[in-house]
Design a binder for this molecule. Sequence first.
Ligand SMILES: [Zn+2]
Length: 130
Amino acid sequence: MPSPRYWREVPARYRLEAGRCVGCGAVVYPARRICPACRGQQFERLALSRRGTVVTSTVIHVAPTEFQMEAPYAMAVVETPEGARLMVQVADCEPNEVGPGMEVALEFRRIRKEGKSGILCYGHKAVPVR
Ligand SMILES: [Zn+2]
C-alpha cells in the first residue's frame, strides 16, 4: 500500500501545489505545516509553474526494485520560477544529457505501480525542453 505520507501529499502531487510562508515568503513543496526557514505556521497556497531549471542531477544505475526496469535514469533537483525545489525523475532523454541549467517541463506521469495490488502512483517527471 502507498504510505500515509503518499496520500497526505496527493493534492500537492496532482496540482503541483506549494505553500508560501506568509511570514518570510519561503516557498515549500510539498506544502508543510511549519516553515523550515522561520518556523512560521501560516501559508498561502501557490500553484507552481510546470517548468523549471535543473539545479543538480545524478544518474541512478542501481534502482530500487520498483524502478529497476527504468535504470539507468536521471534524478534531478529542479527549481521552478517561484523558487520551489522538486526532486524528480528526468524522462525522455539520455541520463547523461541532464545537467545544471537544463530547462525542463514538469509533466504529470505514472511513476510506478505499487506491488501486487497494482495501485498506480502518479506524480511529476521532468522532460527536457528542446
Ligand atoms: Zn517562513
